[in-house]
Design a protein. Sequence first.
Length: 519
Amino acid sequence: MDEQNYTFIKSRTGELVPVLGSQVLHSTIDPKREAQRIVSAIPQETGFIIILGFGGGFIPEAALELTSAYITVIDFNTSQLLKSRDYSHLLGNERFTLLTDASKEEIINHIVTHYKPALYGSIQTIPLRTRVGADKSLFDSVIEYIYEAINICSGDYTVQAHFGKRWFSNIIRNIKSAEVYENNQLTGINPATCKTAIVAAGPSLDKQLQSLADFKSDNGFIICTDTALPALNDITPDVVVSIDCQFISYYHLRYCNQCWKNIPLVLDIASPPLLCNFTGFTPVFFSGGHPLARYISNTWFSFPFLDTSGGNVTYSCLSLAEYLGIKNITIFGADFSYVNNQTYARGTYIYPYFDKRQNRLTPLESLHSAFLYRSPFLPAENEKMKNIHETQSLRYYREKFDEKAANINADIYCATRQKQLITNTLTVNNEQRTIKNKLVKKPSLTKPSGFEFLEMYKNDILALPAAQYMKNLNDKQKQILTTLLPYAAAIKKRNPLLKSGDLLEIVKEECVKDIEKIL
């Protein structure tokens, strides 16, 4: 972008007003009062404001004066503007950031990093209209980047608001088990030669069990989702993966073949603590996407990291295969859809679960029907898929799985009879990719015990200052606050009118109480 040529005139009240070409960027009468009027129209619950165009700095100055929001200004070629007067009061403010000549990645990363919905509430964009109008196409792109970043934050926040408290509770209660089982590892696999099956619980698995049995008898290695495990009958998997933090995971394992011994049960550290107690399984913990899990892995015990961003356990199984360096993968039962009005393969948890809950007023058929139609179906993509029903969530899972499959160094195939929507043979770039999901470090011999770690973590929470802005905190304080944000989202969901300061104090108090119950 060419350097902007600004000139400056004085307003009637004596302020210096920038002019871009023939466009005056602010009122020539009273630019401060104009800025105050613009900012006063912002809803009070807004805690994060993005201003498009810096101009003379009057709008961000008014926003800092009239609100408690975090202010970000996005503009281009601002060197002339910043030399026009002293802006140190703005640039040095803990609540203010100026992004000048920022790329798409920088804009998105800034918003995702700094906008915390649980702390800041709603987000508002204010355009400096004459500045935006002078470079409309450029700022149209900026607006698209902002929406993209907000969608990322909103998706994360929705999940955090639903599971935040349960994640925290499970993680701190799994610390003791993680310490006991810290030496458990996945061994005995030769990634270069091992052909592997990933088994999901979709309806197509019913017709694939014989093929899966043949695959196993031919020395195939089976990575099984916890949901699909009860449907395997006499087929013994080599690894079982579970990522759900909800109690429903118990039902996946409850009805399993008790003859299976020493099968690695690969658990997200945020999984329900009781899953470690199933005899016959060997718990192996990993760190998923939760910030507390990452913090524990960085500061106490370095768990393997598996990508769980796809939102479902089949995606996580693919991440495990990538972590192990497996190069040949066949997918069983991954329909990512309801086939012929069937939700799961026979034998999975939902069948005994509904069997026990049926009665004369709510027969078995109505329970299955209610489960099937709990979310609206998307239109079929073509005539061949008229019996394959997708919901918004299932389509998202499929697209994320396809994206993951296309970006790992492996040949991936679908089992026969599978009416799923993923591509039958995924063409993968053969270049050697660096596997990022390896252990970063080994546990130190002098590391604190699990209880000592929790005591230190509790004290770090208590030591957090009242400041609600990341810019105020040192690196360690930022890490600690970030571990509490999913919990804060859950509290905020139930008490949407809570102010940021009050919210943080409640979160700190509840988290400390939860830790003290264990200690």
